[in-house]
Ligand binder design. Structure first.
Ligand code: CAA
Length: 240
């Protein structure tokens, strides 16, 4: 049986690498994007992965989007919640909009997307959910009270969902990537990024493919005993 996988924020960075890895492994894959239509078109042309545009922070749009994926491809067996944004600012300068935007996309998006697929997974007695958190949920990061809170929320959300899914064949795990070579990380001011890279024991950023291979591991049919875990992939920068 070909399992159907949906990757949010799946046309660039970690999401794109994950979508392509899942496809190469034989899954039927769809990817979502929001706002970056040209990038989505190029991704879809190059990978032959269908893309869908909606804002994961919008509950109704997410319900509608998942219904479209289900109609076109089939019910979602594997969900990778990767869509995320940053609005870095120290707290004393942070606006309410910067706080809300990050909480609504990075944490709210996780709720909205899981909520839209969970009933189907329960009925079919199978599901694999991987939520992309961050090293900064665990370590904290100057300028990221919003992002660290949202991504730490994702870890708690994942653990609670793992408990609820355990008797229904549904696993829920989080991945906490370290600094990875993506547009998001390249947007960090150069001098700060240089210092960050210098503090990574492995001595470099992760590649998106290195994160994708861990998603692939967690969504396998034979990964049913791995649930509620948070997998750190950070080159040794933060160990717990
Ligand atoms: N630790 C301690 N002090 C720091 C600091 C740090 N990391 N960074 C800045 N400071 C200090 C400065 O030296 C300065 O000190 P003085 O006032 O004594 O001169 C002061 O804090 C500046 O504070 P401001 O609030 O004025 O900072 P700012 O507005 O200039 O910049 C910032 C704040 C925009 C958040 C900037 O620090 C920044 O961009 N930091 C990078 C944040 C980061 O790593 N984001 C990760 C994005 S990638 C991602 O999130 C993916 C993932 O999952 C890993």
């Amino acid at each position: 049986m070909t399992r159907i996988a949906l990757v949010t924020g799946g046309v660039s960075g970690i999401g794109a690498a994950t979508a392509k890895s899942l496809k190469a492994a034989g899954y039927s894959v769809a990817a979502t994007y929001f706002g970056n239509g040209a990038e989505a078109d190029a991704f879809s042309r190059q990978s032959s992965i269908p893309t869908y545009e909606w804002n994961v922070a919008d509950f109704a749009a997410t319900q509608k989007g998942i219904a479209a994926v289900t109609r076109d491809i089939g019910p979602v067996d594997i969900l990778v919640n990767n869509a995320g944004i940053t609005r870095d600012s120290s707290l004393h300068k942070m606006t309410l909009d910067q706080w809300r935007a990050v909480i609504d996309v990075d944490l709210g998006g996780c709720f909205n997307t899981c909520r839209a697929v969970i009933e189907g997974m329960r009925e079919r007695q199978f599901g694999r959910i991987v939520n992309i958190s961050s090293i900064n949920a665990l370590s904290g990061q100057f300028g990221q009270t919003n992002y660290a809170a949202a991504k730490a929320g994702v870890i708690g959300f994942t653990k609670a969902l793992a408990l609820e899914g355990a008797s229904r064949g549904i696993t829920a795990n989080a991945i906490a990537p370290g600094y990875t070579d993506t547009e998001m990380v390249r947007a960090v001011p150069e001098a700060i990024l240089k210092e960050i890279v210098a503090s990574i024991p492995v001595g470099r950023l992760a590649t998106p493919d290195e994160i994708a291979r861990c998603v692939l591991f967690l969504v396998g049919e034979d990964a049913g005993f791995i649930t509620g875990a948070t997998l750190s992939i950070n080159g040794g920068k933060y160990m717990i």
